[in-house]
Design a protein around this ligand. Structure first.
Ligand code: PFF
Length: 457
């Protein structure tokens, strides 16, 4: 560990880093977003394309981000500035920092709903023989309450601030190590219940039996956007987390573990949701409310259901928290490194900004015309942010990061960083080819097509 690393903080162990990075990756993206995006995109064929993108684009870009971070021991802006001073490249880091703040704002709103659902489950807010229609109504009413939505956003962002204030190994790593494994066990239990429900097979068929006739370029765009979002790529979160990794650790196997765990959790979330949906004849293309509307019904079908329900929403809140801390950490690392702000000041100032920025999203479900349906684009703030930042900005960021590592910093330099201290780089040639050719061409192709056709992701 070098002197700079010690000052900035560093992961306590390689395992701790893997869990923290997996904690960043695993979150609402896996359990809330993946099932509804899969549902909207026709099921199994989408899942297969998603897998391909995780391996062929997600993993190489993650290796690129981690190596940039470890080489420079800097936040995204500082990392580009160090390797390409007096160029436009630091602006790419800045795009990442701003995207992080923007994602934090609306992600905090959905995480707030999760927290609210936990409290609702504890207080017995879901009746035992609830139908899908009732459950949808409960959800619609729940998110429409403006004070509650803003209050929950506030609580959630404050929780994020408290953990990030604790620093890298004392705050982020310590929490991730305990809570991520717990989430995994609970998910498995819920999945077991779901796949043994009546008519679960129809859900499994939708989820696992591909029908490629439904695949369009749009499906590819959605799969790419989802892969980047889910793996926390394209905005420098992994550059920042990479900057705290010890030179002794193997970046490539760490990245592979993070991709594996993240994909595993998404796959299991699908196994949990789709059989439950089909057993109740609920349409799979239900959109962002899917998880909130479906799961309370699943819990009711289990012995001690609301205990499971409360436990599940609590852990989902925690999974969201290990993601939001990485979003806030990017901005905080930037201010601490580049502007020499005190960590404490940076944390609370930026938490306040994220909270203020999140208010329009929190109010976007409550029927007040402006926030719910913006003029011209005819969508609410939350959807707008989700598309603009969660898809477009991450896609653009991933493209530029791949181009930077491949052609500006250079494959040779990156390889040197990765193979430091005698580390073995399995798949070095494959990575070089993917990051130089496949990643930029595929990302650019999809991006341009979607911009031209103005088909939102
Ligand atoms: N990967 C997180 C999830 O799947 O919920 C969301 C996220 C976190 C995206 C951090 C981007 C990021 F930098």
């Amino acid at each position: 560990m070098n002197a700079r690393n010690t000052e900035r903080g560093a992961w306590g162990s390689r395992f701790g880093f893997i869990l923290a990075a997996a904690g960043s990756a695993i979150g609402l993206g896996n359990i809330w977003r993946f099932p509804y995006v899969t549902g909207n995109n026709g099921g199994a064929a989408f899942v297969i394309i998603y897998f391909a993108f995780v391996i062929l684009i997600g993993l190489p870009v993650m290796i690129a981000e981690l190596s940039l971070g470890r080489r420079t021991a800097r936040n995204p802006v500082g990392a580009f500035a160090q390797l390409a001073p007096r160029s436009f490249w630091p602006a790419v880091g800045m795009l990442g920092v701003l995207t992080g703040l923007g994602i934090l704002s609306y992600y905090g709103v959905i995480a707030g709903w999760t927290l609210g659902y936990f409290l609702k489950a504890v207080c017995g807010g879901f009746s035992a023989d609830m139908s899908y229609i009732q459950s949808s109504e409960i959800f619609a009413q729940f998110v429409a309450d403006p004070l509650q939505a803003v209050g929950l956003l506030f609580v959630f962002i404050a929780l994020t601030g408290i953990v990030v204030k604790g620093g890298v190994s004392g705050g982020i790593e310590r929490w991730a190590k305990i809570l991520m494994p717990l989430l995994f066990v609970l998910l498995l239990l819920l999945t077991l219940r779901s796949v043994t429900l009546e008519n679960a097979a129809a859900g499994l068929t939708f989820y696992l039996k591909p029908d490629f006739s439904k695949v369009t370029v749009n499906t590819l765009g959605n799969a790419l956007g989802q892969a980047l979002f889910s793996l926390s790529l394209g905005m420098g979160a992994m550059i920042t987390y990479g900057s705290y990794i010890s030179k002794r650790d193997n970046l490539v196997t760490s990245a592979a573990y993070v991709c594996l765990f993240d994909t595993l959790i998404a796959v299991i979330a699908g196994l949990m949701i789709f059989p439950a949906l089909f057993s109740q004849n609920i349409p799979p293309a239900g959109g962002p409310g899917l998880v909130f509307e479906t799961l309370p019904i699943l819990f009711n079908q289990m012995p001690g259901g609301m205990l499971f329900g409360a436990g599940f929403f609590l852990l989902l809140t925690v999974a969201a928290l290990t993601s939001t801390i990485s979003l806030l950490e990017v901005v905080v690392a930037y201010l601490v490194d580049e502007w020499k702000w005190k960590r404490n000041t940076a944390v609370w100032m930026m938490a306040l900004v994220a909270f203020a920025l999140g208010i329009p999203s929190a109010l976007s479900q409550n029927g007040s015309a402006f926030f719910t349906r913006l003029p011209i684009i005819h969508m609410g703030f939350l959807d707008l942010f989700n598309i603009l930042l969660g898809n477009y900005s991450l896609t653009l960021g991933a493209l530029l990061i791949a181009l930077f590592v491949a052609f500006r910093w250079g494959i040779h330099q990156a390889n040197q960083e990765i193979t430091q201290m005698g580390q073995i780089f399995y798949g070095k040639t494959a990575w070089s080819i993917l990051i130089r050719f496949l990643c930029p061409i595929a990302i650019l192709g999809i991006f341009v097509y979607i911009l031209l056709t103005r088909n939102y992701f």
